[in-house]
Design a protein. Structure first.
Length: 279
């Protein structure tokens, strides 16, 4: 954290430890005036060092962020990626890269299947694929399954509190995703259609997986996805929920909590609004 005024900081620090009764006031003063956040965005504001500020472990992640900004398309903003939106989401993207690496390191499998439900333009998929493709343990023994309707949300797939979302995401286009992920084409399996119908269609869904990313923003398809893939998630695998803690999707959060409360694993809830279930 960069200090606005180091002398003032040192004085306040001494007061904090010398006068316990003043600590609440000093804490509020600290938040408002003394520090400049290192990162603001993606629902969080932090004074701590960014985890990707590392010369050894995060080269691939930084490359992926740059390539998304420079080369990928968006369905909005006249096909140009808004760089600010990528920077704001950087902490969330870093969590995705971590989840992928964890799944690879600790899953006990010979072949690796990765699944993403709710793909949109493929930015999160790009982050994940960049990490997978360089991992020597995986090599080319993997497939990445992409599930999305790339069509507006249907009222029949929503609970009553979500009816206002009917018609949302009408701007999404599968062709944009295919262009964005063209460098990984040989590893991709597209499953276009609404969940759960697409689980029954050709191509077939994988019978075992190490990684599942869910970004469906609705109760029914989220629970349908968990019912489909949690039974085939390998030991050491992970499920990452994109908007778990976002207030707009509170009903989805409650449904996830109820579904997972008696399942074997560890459920980590994050200040980014994401959550990770470790099998």
């Amino acid at each position: 954290m960069k200090l606005k005024n180091k002398k003032i900081y040192n004085i306040v620090r001494k007061l904090y430890y010398k006068y316990p009764s003043m600590r609440k006031f000093i804490f509020e003063l600290d938040k408002k005036f003394l520090f400049k956040p290192v990162f603001v965005g993606g629902l969080i504001k932090t004074e701590c060092e960014n985890p990707w500020n590392d010369n050894f472990q995060n080269k691939v992640f930084e490359e992926a962020i740059k390539e998304i900004k420079d080369n990928l398309e968006s369905n909005l903003d006249k096909n140009k990626v808004d760089e600010l939106s990528i920077d704001i989401a950087k902490w969330r993207y870093w969590i995705i890269s971590y989840a992928v690496k964890h799944a690879i390191e600790f899953s006990e499998v010979k072949e690796y299947n990765f699944v993403e439900c709710g793909v949109a333009e493929g930015f999160s998929s790009y982050i994940a694929l960049k990490e997978i493709i360089v991992d020597k343990k995986v090599g080319k023994k993997f497939l990445f399954h992409l599930y999305d309707s790339w069509k507006p949300m249907r009222k029949g797939d929503l609970v009553e509190s979500e009816y206002s979302k009917e018609g949302k995401y009408e701007h999404l286009d599968q062709h944009v995703v295919k262009r964005n992920l063209k460098n990984f084409e040989e590893f991709l399996v597209y499953h276009p259609g609404y969940i759960p119908d697409t689980f029954k269609d050709i191509p077939e869904s994988p019978s075992s997986i190490v990684y599942l990313a869910i970004d469906l923003n609705a109760v029914k398809p989220t629970i349908d996805t968990l019912n489909k893939f949690l039974p085939v998630l390998s030991r050491g695998g992970v499920i990452i929920f994109d908007d778990y803690g976002v207030k707009e999707y509170h009903d989805t959060k409650k449904a996830i909590d109820e579904f997972l409360h008696d399942k074997q694993g560890v459920f980590l809830k994050l200040p980014t609004g994401q959550a990770i279930f470790f099998r």
